[in-house]
Design a protein around this ligand. Sequence first.
Ligand SMILES: Cc1cc2nc3c(=O)[nH]c(=O)nc-3n(C[C@H](O)[C@H](O)[C@H](O)COP(=O)(O)OP(=O)(O)OC[C@H]3O[C@@H](n4cnc5c(N)ncnc54)[C@H](O)[C@@H]3O)c2cc1C
Ligand code: SF4
Length: 536
Amino acid sequence: MATLPRDAREAPPEALRLAAAPAFPDDALPEGAVVDGETLASSRGESFDVVVVGSGAAGAVAAHALASAGFEVAIVEEGPWIKTREVRSDVHSTFSRAMRLRGMQVLQGRAYMPMLQGRCVGGSTLVNSAIAWRAPEDVVDDWAARFGLGDAITTRALEPHYAALEADLSVREVAPEAMGENNRLFIEQAKKQGFAAAPMRRYDRGCTGSGMCITACPTAAKQGMSVTYVPWALRLGRARIFTSCRVEEVEIRGARAVAVVARSESGHRVVLHARHAVLVAASTVQTPNILRRSGVRSAALGRHFQAHPGLAIGGLFDRPINMAFGATQGAESVHFRETERFKLETISLPPDLAAARIPGVGAELAERLSQLGNVAVWAAQIRAEAEGTVREGFRGVDRVRFTMTENDMRAARKACTLIARMMFEAGAREVWPGVFGVPSVLRSTDELKLLAEAPLDPRSYSFIATHLFGAARMGRDPRASVVDTDFRVHGVDGLHVVDSSVFPTNLGVNPQHTIMAMSRLASHRLAERIRRRQAA
Ligand SMILES: Cc1cc2nc3c(=O)[nH]c(=O)nc-3n(C[C@H](O)[C@H](O)[C@H](O)COP(=O)(O)OP(=O)(O)OC[C@H]3O[C@@H](n4cnc5c(N)ncnc54)[C@H](O)[C@@H]3O)c2cc1C
Ligand code: SF4
């Protein structure tokens, strides 16, 4: 099906930015466009054409696309709006206000694995590293071949959406002046090892390389959703956002989604009626549980959860690396994506997070901490084949079970060993693998065999999960999937899922770009269907 042209109603974001001319794009929003659930004093009931649940990568793009197409849109977001002016550089401030469970969420399985998700306007894009990657063609082809998505989701269908997003969000390579030594050294070393590496392409409008993406961008250079599509949608005059309002359920009457029922932080009931559709974009972890609470029953719901567990390795050098300067994640290599199922990346950690991974106690720890400026951190994202489940636990807490397979662990171990070798060959005096069963400090390449033979038990590694997929899968067979190839929940009219819950598999590359492209595609198709229905 053809996608809609970007017509005149879809106001160019740059023009909107200039017209409004605020100091930051999240300042000076239209009056009444934001309903703050922290201070809401009474219950509310309102009607919109479309109600979007979640304001992260998927929700913000959908809301903007549908408001641009002329529809009245409500966005409902569980978390608060943290404005650029309020950004603080310490991890505690950001995690306690912007992260789900203050950053203490875990995947449970053979090992407990921290799982980070934003819970705020912009969702995880407030705290992410802004890396933009189109889905590899082999992955999209696999979706067609193995999951029957056929010609519904193709690289060609996604192309105009990627292109529009790239223009809107200023996707570009990290500028040389924002590169920093952690990133530069990684690229140099990868090339010496004989494989390709390159600067990241990111959503970047003037990154100065503060290395602080995880605590949110203090200058709004990072083009996350809270400084782009959410305010752009509100400025169109047809969209409103209800912040700090947690969606309890979608009301389904006679097999049709008619409203979204939320509870404000201040304790009031907020009911948003949807004349045409409800789009759930609450992330792979929350979306399945919202559907379940709404009465959706499907054998595939909450199953096939996937992730890219990531691990990071530190290296101590005899010269300054200064992670505090440079794009947070500015360099990468996809050389091993298809053959070994991992992607290599740099990452700069703020001192409050880096300290947790520095080996030693007492004077030894203090000595290493004093040399933090000489530390580099490089990481790997594993394209895990493991599948997990998403359920609702005690008091509505999302419960995700996930255990990496032996193949996944072999990939992780290989990636660790490779990174450690790169660090030594780049001149590191110490490498800190963070793998239980292996010395916490390695001092030469001779010791790499210890890492190469490290245990394959996931409990031995310090993984962290930030890329999440698949617990409300797309497909043609309602017995094996939750949504159809038009993003509609099987058997329920007007209920759509537009986040990475619908992905049949993980990607092997960073997901935000494909989440947004899929959401934009879904929104354009929905707009076209509604118009056709209205014209009939
Ligand atoms: C630290 C970190 C770094 C990352 N770096 C990158 C990167 O550089 N590049 C990349 O491609 N990806 C990156 N990611 C992943 C990327 O940010 C996510 O894949 C993407 O944001 C997911 O989009 P989403 O819309 O599905 O979910 P989110 O962006 O997480 O948004 C979901 C929103 O829905 C809201 N919500 C949930 N439940 C409810 C409810 N019941 N009622 C109302 N609202 C609700 C949440 O509060 C949240 O705001 C990173 C993630 C993290 C955490
Ligand atoms: S590294 Fe760049 S994009 Fe990230 S917070 Fe700093 S200035 Fe913003």
